[in-house]
Write a protein that binds this ligand. Sequence first.
Ligand code: HEC
Length: 184
Amino acid sequence: MMKARHTLVLSIIAGSVGAAAIQSFRGQAKPKIHRVVTIIVAALGAMLSAARAETPVERGGYLVNAVMACDGCHTPRPPGGAFDMSKRFSGGSQTWDTPQYLVKGSNISPDPETGIGKWSADDFKRALTEGVRPSAVALAPQMPFVFYKVLTPRDLDAVTTYVRSVTPVRNEVQPPVFPARKNL
Ligand code: HEC
């Protein structure tokens, strides 16, 4: 996809240069050349921003780190301290204790036993946007999946790729308790 875009941009540049050459040959160069130069600069700009438009992991890193704040609930933090990034995504320190549920931010690092290591990319996307685990058990609304529905497919892919690429951390998080569900 990226390659295709580059090829397209490159052929726009090649075409523009060719057109410029022909026009200057015909002696009507100046004003048109300006336009052509503008097109080339714009095309180069588009190419650079496409090149800067990152790999999925970079895009996901940007979204997760700067926008979506997964660490806030999923990375441990000693009281009053900073996030413990050596245990990133291994489970948050907070507990949400409500009449409907008692939950903690899960271990979302790719550890196969205590995190999401055995989940497929689709499992992860479903949890993130629909709030349903692979086991079909629903997540507590404390996990803001309702907001994550707005992600474009590309951004959802990027976030998924990024989170699945971090270092796995083994840490058993207390499983959620849903008093109402016990009666089901
Ligand atoms: C406001 C707090 C909060 C934020 C922000 C948050 N989560 Fe969660 N998340 C939770 C809680 C709490 C749970 C556990 C809910 C439960 O057990 O029912 C959870 C569960 C999950 C699960 C299911 C894990 C499992 O083992 O079942 C995934 C996957 C997940 N979150 C990914 C993310 C990602 C990725 C982000 C950032 C894009 C994020 N979360 C942001 C609170 C949050």
